[in-house]
Ligand binder design. Structure first.
Ligand code: NAD
Length: 369
């Protein structure tokens, strides 16, 4: 029997190509994995009448670990986002996004090693919205005026921002535990508590309480606008940053931009029962089927997954092999070349070939990483 059984959702757009590349390099580490492959998304709508059929969720719940390629969310069709549904159904409350510089990547910064932990279930992303002009919205506007003494214009739409003690405690505990387990020294709580006292204020108060449980890890906080500026000016000052959903969405892209862009940004959605690994990027439909997309974000998500399942040595070897291919600069996709139309850029599957070759190379034969 395989040591690990893992659900693999190839995704759509460039998903199947980057997923296959990631699966090949993970298998090349010789970790014994039995892949349970299930499709989800628009492609299965006709067959199952649901972009996220129950058997896919059952497979993930049973195996407790899954890796997925990106899935397209069509705009304006009423079809639900499978990416959001997965996080909600499986209560994947922490989204971990490491952003790290690898030598050889064209970027304005060197030596960046930041980790964003984004709360994944609450805040303005909770999906509690009231459309402009709806009778329910007008009733809510009246109630808010009656209860809060503040007038909202009658032609306003409203999105609700819930932030709970429960939700904040668990994501900070995850952030501190991850920092301890991964040799990190500092956690920064990001907020706008000076303005939103009952949501971000609660977030900050709760963070301070949780920080007392982890005396070995330094704790500080930053107001989100200042955080954005400091990340650009002196990113080396930061380590693990824990943020509410919306700030995490925006600042994790900023951090990806500091370190080479979406083609290199991995991610992990973590809950108490299940972990789901996926790249930060989307399905990049214009490159679908062209063997052009960069598979490294998906491969680095695989590195996080290997560490999560207790195969840290294999995860480290895979990360070093990817870093070696980046440093050599030959077998990389168009987005990592100095010019986007560089004819020496290779395709998705050739990057996998190069990483597999690098995995077999003794460490002293590659460039220093
Ligand atoms: P995107 O990430 O697909 O593309 C943004 C830009 O980055 C495009 O220029 C694209 O070509 C490029 N790009 C993305 N991944 C790349 C890769 N691996 N290699 C090289 N270039 C790459 O974002 P988008 O265009 O906003 O979204 C497209 C679709 O993906 C939408 O339907 C969206 O809902 C979905 N999406 C899914 C996820 C997910 O599955 N978690 C995340 C984000 C977006």
């Amino acid at each position: 029997m395989a040591r690990h059984t893992i659900t693999l959702i190839p995704g759509d757009g460039v998903g199947p190509e980057v997923s296959e590349a990631a699966r090949r390099v993970i298998d090349a580490t010789a970790v014994d994995i039995d892949w349970e492959v299930h499709d989800a998304g628009l492609g299965v709508m006709e067959q199952y009448g649901d972009p996220l059929p129950p058997h896919v969720l059952e497979s993930i719940r049973r195996n407790r670990v899954a890796i997925k390629g990106p899935l397209t969310t069509p705009v304006g069709t009423g079809i639900r986002s499978v990416n959001v549904a997965l996080r909600r159904e499986l209560d994947l409350y922490a989204l971990l996004r490491p952003c790290k510089s690898y030598p050889g990547v064209r970027s304005r910064y060197d030596n960046i090693d930041l980790v964003v932990v984004r709360e994944n279930t609450e805040d303005l992303y909770a999906g509690i919205e009231f459309a402009e002009g709806d009778p329910g919205t007008l009733e809510l506007i009246d109630d808010i005026e009656r209860l809060g003494g503040r007038k909202i214009r009658s032609d306003a739409g409203i999105s609700i921002k819930p932030i709970s003690i429960f939700g904040t405690q668990r994501v900070f505990r995850f952030g501190f535990e991850w920092a301890e387990a991964n040799g990190r020294h500092k956690v920064t709580a990001v907020h706008k508590a000076n303005i939103m006292k009952h949501t971000d204020g609660l977030w900050l108060r709760t963070a301070r309480e949780v920080s007392k449980e982890f005396p070995r890890i330094e704790f500080e906080d930053r107001i989100v606008d200042n955080m954005a500026m400091q990340l650009v000016q002196k990113p080396e000052m930061y380590d693990v940053m824990v943020m509410p959903n919306l700030y995490g969405d925006i600042l994790s892209d900023l951090c990806a931009g500091l370190t080479g862009g979406l083609g290199l940004a991995p991610g992990a959605n973590i809950g108490d029962e299940v972990a789901l690994f996926e790249a930060t990027h989307g399905s990049a439909p214009k490159y679908a089927g062209l063997n052009k997309a960069n598979p490294m974000a998906m491969m680095l998500s695989g590195v996080l997954m290997l560490r999560h399942i207790g195969e840290a040595a294999a995860g480290d070897r895979l990360e070093q092999a990817i870093a070696r291919v980046i440093a050599e600069g030959r077998s990389v996709t168009y987005d990592m070349k100095p010019e986007r139309d560089d004819p020496t850029a290779v395709g998705t599957s050739q990057v996998a070939d190069a990483v597999i070759e690098a995995l077999g190379t003794p460490p002293n034969r590659g460039p220093e990483i």
